[in-house]
Design a protein around this ligand. Sequence first.
Ligand SMILES: [Zn+2]
Length: 331
Amino acid sequence: MKEDEIRPAALLDEYFHLLKLDAESLAKKSRDFVEVACPFCRDDGIAESFLKDGFHYRLCAACGSLYVSPRPRPGQLASYYVDAKAVRFWSQQFYKQTGMARREKMFRPRAQLIKALNERGMFSDTGMFADVGAGYGLFLQEVRALGLFDRLIGLEPEPHLASICREEGFEIIEKRVEDIKEGDLSVSVAACFEVIEHVFDPVSFLAGCKRLLKPGGLIILTTLTIDGFDLQVLWEQSRSITPPQHLNFPSIKGMSLLLSKTGLAEEEISTPGELDLDIVRNVSRQRPDARIPRFARKLAEADDAVREDFQQFLKRNRLSSHLRCIARRKR
Ligand SMILES: [Zn+2]
């Protein structure tokens, strides 16, 4: 997989231009923002910080996670996701033009992961599956095609997206997972791909996910880890570090602490990413002024065999920026 297949460069440029404008306009309301401690370990020590598009990113001194503080209140974030120009551009242009590629390169492999975990005997049962943050329902469609679960549920708080999913025939709960109560559902397997980086408070978010699950139920979560190669190399120059969309970047340690704070049992924290070197190479080629260490540039421009070998090294040693976490609700 190449970065360009799921994120074409020309569309991305316009998207990031809008994101920056949206961020700067929201940052003008920063007097209403709230100061938070590390969203993964709750420590308030800061090792270093930087400012991007009007938002302060802080590196946690205790667990090494990166997070925005002060950050917009939950209500401000909700309005942002309804009103922002970048969000509209994503749904009207980006999503439509890349939908097929994203289905094939992102959502189908995620469904294959669900299938593989089932074959590994990781699921207590296959009664109910929930997609937390169902979006346009693309992942639910792929899971439905597996024919594995008796009942599929999507959680999607945004009304427009929820209605798109319903038109596809899915059962949608129009709530944030934080508002789910114990016993509302009894989910066997829940997934939340690329959601936790957006939420106001990952601990409340994951606690909500836990309440969805039946005892023994499994949650599969992906996000970006700040321990990963492209984020470490590019740091504040990384396009993944975009406020106010991406507020939370756990370290591997931070992710593990988040699970123990929520009372979920860790089954796996891995970084099966494919794109680190590709991302660094794209930045190196497209933005000649980017500050990239010579050695990282050399690796990114190396022969395919070397690049592949190094990407495998990153995967094996939990040093890719794509993090996958699998956890279980204790019985
Ligand atoms: Zn921390």
